[in-house]
Every structure is written in structure tokens, then in C-alpha cells.
Design a binder for this molecule. Sequence first.
Ligand SMILES: [Zn+2]
Length: 331
Amino acid sequence: MNAMEKMRGNEALRRRLFSAIRQGRFPHACILQGPKGCGKGLLALSLARALQCEQGEGVSCGSCVSCRTIESGNHPDVFWVEPKKTKVLGVEDIREQVVQEVAIKPYRSRYKVFVLPEADQMTVAAQNGFLKTLEEPPAYGVFLLLAEQAASLLPTVRSRCPVYALKPLSQGEVASFLMEEKQVPKEQAAFLGEYAAGTIGKALWLLEDEGFLAMQSDVLEKLCALPKTNTATVLSWAAEWVQYKQNSLFWEVLLLFYRDVLLENQLPQSRFLLEKEKQSQIAALSQALTPGQIRRSLDAVWTAKKQAAQNLNLQMALEEMLLTIKGEQHV
Ligand SMILES: [Zn+2]
């Protein structure tokens, strides 16, 4: 399967860019903007393939030498510009990998394509060093600048590059990608889609992160059991959960759980994000509580999250949170 087929979402933008290639009016330089993991790299790869394809029809045939070598990273006229000595792209990187390289004619293709995967991380000196090339590129020069925020680039750079923004995908689009391409079961795909904030990249990281799945299942199991568990045991959970402090999604798991309880309370069976077993437990919990009690449980999570961010004692914050919720949910 080629890169084009792997990409999801942003159909209108992709149609626009590929028709520009077919009509020979693709810009010499542009910024592809979007959050980490949203597919900027895949899009750049498929644009490079379409630009360089030996069939020359503005689409990637997938079988010529050019199309086959781009994906393996061995194409002599496609360059991924990465920092060589420092963490971010510096002026030396731009000079050696772009300015000097673009002065030499393509080896065998129509274009020389330069992809800058983290263009918004370029130093100011590097951007200034890039300007002249962006102002007067050779006819064969194409520069694809990938950025989370185009606004981080100097106005002088931005004024020479149209910005194409990739939008986050819907939870359903991410979920269907996981089901179709990764054979993830439906319920798991649905909740990973929920945590992935519209990016397939993040969904894939979560899928491979066993720590996340184990943490999520531990936390959900305990939240469901909370109303019927004695205080001493609840306090021991707070001590155990301190281990999750490095896991950035710990608070999201808690917040999404009570959001689901609230949703279920107000619109029964409006949506199901969790495994079947948890669904019925959520339904039972939501029926036993008033909206006020659920909101105060959510507030308790927000308070603990804030305290953790202020570096207050995490175990104490979690104890207070769990006891507050238990107090609200005493049924
Ligand atoms: Zn081809």
C-alpha cells in the first residue's frame, strides 16, 4: 500500500494540492501545518512521489524507480533536511543540506524536493540563511516546510510560502483507521480515537504503549468499584496511582470517565466508548447519581489535577479526590 492510500482525512486539501501538481502550478515552497502525528510527513512523502513520478502525470504510479525509491529514503533528488549536530535546524544545516545542494541540478528527476520535517524549529539564523533560496528558487526547487505552528516562523519566510493547514480527524475517522489498518477491535478503537485528539500518529503511539492500556484499565476498574469500596482500600489506591504521574493521559482517563457518566446520566445510551462490561457499570453508576453529584466528582478530578500541576503532594491530592468522589457517590 502506498503513502497516499494510508492517509486519512483532509481530502479537500489533498485534492487541491494534487490537482496543482497535475496542472504544473504547485508552489516552489509551502508550509504544511498541523499537530504532531496528523500526517504532515505522509502528505509530504506522497507530494514528493507525485512530483517526481517518471510517468509525469502528477500522480504517483507506485511502480517506477522514482516512486519506489522515495519511500525507502534513497531517492537522489528528495532530501529530508534534519539537524545534524544540534537539536534544532541551524544555519549550518540549511547551508549544507539546502543552499549548497539546491545549486546542483537534479540527478535524474524533474525536481529537487526538500522536506523540512520540523521547519518551525529552525533557528532565526537558519531562517535568514534560507530566505534568498526561497526568494529565488531554481525552476526545479521545491521546499515543503512542515510545522505545528506556521506562526513560529519569521514573517519573511511565511510571506514566501502559502500555508496549508491539516485539520485534526474526527474520533470516528481515527477509530476506523485503527480497525481497518491495524485490526483493532471496535471498542478499543473507539476509545483510542477519543484520546488521540484527531491524529492517527498519537493513536498509533497509544496502541503500542502498553503502559497506557494497563493504566487505563486499572483506573477504570477502580472508578467503577469506588462507591462500594471501603475507605482504607480507597486510600491504598491513591498510593498506587502516584506511579502514573509521568503518564500524561492519566488525568484524561479520569476526566473522560466522569464525562461519560454525565453523558449517560443526561442522554442514556447516547454513546459508548468503553468495553461492554464497563458500559453497564457506567450506566448503573449514572443512574444512581444526580447530575450535581457527577459534576462535583468531575470538579474533584480538576482540583487534584491542578494541585499536581502545582507540584503539591500527589498522593494527598489523589486521596482527597477519591474520598470526595466516594462521599458524593455514597449509595
Ligand atoms: Zn511513478
